[in-house]
Structures are given as C-alpha cells and as structure tokens.
Design a protein around this ligand. Structure first.
Ligand code: 5AD
Ligand code: SF4
Length: 371
C-alpha cells in the first residue's frame, strides 16, 4: 500500500492495523519520517500529577472506579503541587498534566482552580497546563481556561457507541453522547483538545479501531493519548480477560495505531504512554520510533502511586522521580531524538485548526439579505 497518501479508506486502515509485526517496519519508519519532517526531532516532556484518585464514576475497566470501597482515597495538597512545580521548573519541563478521577462538585472545581493558580504563580506562567479531569460543564471548562489551563485531554475510550456502553455502566453519568459533546465544547472554549482510546479491549475489533482513527480525524483532534487496555482484577471486565489478545500482540497493535494515526494526522502531538511500557519493556521507545512525540514522566509523590493503579503492573511505583527523568533523557538521545527542554510544545495541529477555521469564516460572504 502507498503509505504517502493522506486519505485511507476504512478497509485500508484495517489492513494496515492487521500488518504482521515482522512486516510493519516500513509503516513505523514512514510514521517517524513524517513526524520528523512535520514537527522535528523533539520529544516534549510533560510532568504528570495524579492529583487525586477520588472518582464519581464506575468505568468497568478501571482500578480506581468508585465502587472500590477498599481503596485508600487521596487528594494531593497544594504544598505537594507547589513542590512538584518547582521540580518541573528546575528540570526545564515547560508543561504539566493534572489528572484525577472525575468529580464535578464545587469544592473540586475550586480546588483545581487553586492548583492552576499555584502552578502559574510558582512557575511565573512558564508552564503550560493540561487538564485530564473528565467531563465537566461548559462553565467549569471556561473557568479553568480563564485560570490558565490551555490543554484538555478527554479520551473517548471507544468511538463505537455500542462498545462504549459495554465498558461503562448504563446510566446518565456514562453517556457516549455527552462525552462527544464535551469534546466539542472544549474546542469551542479555546482549548487544545486531546482524546484517545484503549486498544485491545474485550469485544473490540480492528474495524472499531479503524473507526476510532476516522473519528479522530473528523473531530479535528490536536493531541492523542492512547494505550493498550490492561486488565485489573477488581473490575467487572476482568472475567472477560480470556477474550484479550496476548500482551505482546496487544502492545504491537497499540504501536501500529500510533503509526497509522501519524500518517493520517501529521501535525498532532501523540503520547508514548505508560500503559505501553507496562506491557512491553522499552515500549515507550517503540512508540517514539513510530511517531509519538510526547512523554509524561510521573511527578506524583511516591506515597500516592499505589493508590492510582488504573490497571495492574503499572511501573514506577518505587522509582525516584530524578531517576526517571535522567533515564528518559538518555533513552531519547539514544533513539536519535532530542528532548524539548524548556519548550511548551503546543500541538501544531491546534494552530492549523484555528487558521483553517478563520479562513473558512473569511471566505463566507456576509449575509446581506439579497440574492
Ligand atoms: N487499562 C488501560 N488504560 C486504562 N485506563 C483506565 N483503566 C485502564 C485500564 N484498565 C485509561 C482510560 C482513562 C485513562 C485515564 O486511563 O483510557 O481515560
Ligand atoms: Fe474514574 Fe477515570 Fe477510572 Fe473512569 S477511568 S472510573 S472516570 S478514574
């Protein structure tokens, strides 16, 4: 298949995803070449804070779902946020991601506002903040944007509504339609918007994944965080683990998703996620060699990490933060790439999207009422 083209049919996408790993190197090489030509050699670091594991939702795949009463629930203190921010600034990270379970009560909304103010104050606004806090009202999205958050990650998890409803409870809190609407509201509010899916879910087909890629393109998404689904014993999806691909296959399918997405959307930011590292040693490196350009070292205090296990065998439970960053730098240079120290690394796709929108507005003649 000609890998140079921009548009692929659904069947072609399925065929690309079906490529046996032994034959997939040209696909990975093409994706890396496109990434280098469009965005250069830099890989951006985002300091990740797993701010709180309190969550009002009950996703069937997730180890911190609210039905888990045995889990110790925490929320980081502002002092801990401040100290992580200092660390990020000292280490020339120009970006942080605040992730937590989904809550929308006023106390939570205000606590995030204080976190944003704290990061801005402590970093002199030198840090671009991404939020990953689930579905919120338009007012809340706007409030957090006004307090300096410029990016928002909200994974669609699966763009197939039937599959979405299989992996979530059937209630108002877990509505596919609302999730898609939230992505649109985020774009309207002015955020750089990220989404993604889990790869290798039970009941998921290659056709579903091809449709996910088409959904990403149609929604004009700026940033992506995708990774393999990894089973967790304390979740309702665990009994279906016999349906899963073997770990290594699930891992390579995730890498193929990254590579094919890079062919489709050249200018977006794409993360090499921790879940990739969990299924395959050196997994994040493989992702970077297949077109990923973002990596998110975990800056969460070690004492909380055991309580933020969305899936099992997550690495980094006892690793010192300093080690992780030093290792990452060596690894990235070893791949022939560079670390974007001090660069916020906004997704180029965002600026291209805004330009496209304003050109479309300009080319629409004003309505005069005359024909
Ligand atoms: N395996 C892989 N990813 C998971 N997530 C939640 N649970 C799992 C799991 N078991 C992902 C979801 C969510 C993100 C924060 O973590 O995609 O959006
Ligand atoms: Fe909560 Fe997110 Fe886990 Fe769903 S995936 S239960 S929203 S933390």
């Amino acid at each position: 298949m000609d890998l140079n083209k921009k548009n692929f049919s659904r069947d072609e996408l399925v065929e690309l995803l079906r490529t046996p790993v032994e034959e997939a190197q040209p696909l990975f090489d093409k994706a890396l070449e496109i990434k280098r030509q469009t965005l250069g050699d830099e890989v951006y670091l985002r300091g990740l804070l797993e701010y709180s594991n309190r969550c009002a939702k009950n996703c069937f795949y997730c180890g911190v779902r609210c039905a888990r009463k045995d889990l110790h629930r925490y929320e980081m203190t502002l002092e801990e946020v401040r100290s992580a921010t200092r660390y990020a600034v000292e280490n020339r990270f120009a970006s942080m991601v605040i992730q937590a379970g989904e809550r929308s009560n006023p106390a939570f909304v205000n606590s995030i506002t204080r976190v944003l103010d704290c990061i801005n104050r402590e970093s002199n606004s030198s840090i671009a903040v991404t939020l990953s806090l689930g579905e919120q009202s338009e007012d809340t999205f706007r409030k957090w944007h006004d307090h300096g958050a410029t990016r928002y990650l909200l994974r669609i998890e699966s763009s197939n509504p039937d599959l979405y409803h299989k992996i979530h409870p059937n209630d108002r809190l877990h509505s596919y339609k609302k999730r898609v609407e939230a992505l649109t509201v985020l774009q309207k509010t002015g955020y750089q918007v990220g989404t993604g899916v889990m790869i290798g879910l039970p009941f998921q087909t290659l056709e579903d994944l091809a449709d996910d890629l088409i959904f990403f393109k149609e929604m004009d998404i700026d940033m992506f965080g995708m990774g393999p689904y990894i089973e967790h014993h304390a979740t309702p999806l665990y009994p279906y683990r016999h349906l899963l691909l073997p770990e290594e296959e699930r891992f390579w399918l995730s890498i193929k998703m990254i590579a094919v997405l890079r062919l489709l959307v050249n200018d977006a930011n794409m993360a090499a996620t921790t879940a990739m590292q969990t299924l395959y040693k050196g997994g994040r490196e493989k992702a970077m060699l297949a077109g990923a350009n973002v990596i998110m070292p975990n800056l969460t205090p070690l004492k909380y990490r055991e309580d933020y296990l969305l899936y099992e065998n997550k690495p980094g439970l006892d690793q010192e933060i300093e080690d992780t960053v030093k290792n990452l730098e060596a690894v990235i240079i070893g791949l022939g790439l560079t670390v974007g120290f001090g660069h916020k690394g906004d997704p180029q796709h965002f600026y291209n999207r805004i330009k496209k929108q304003s050109n479309a507005q300009k080319s629409t003649p004003p309505f005069t009422g005359e024909s």
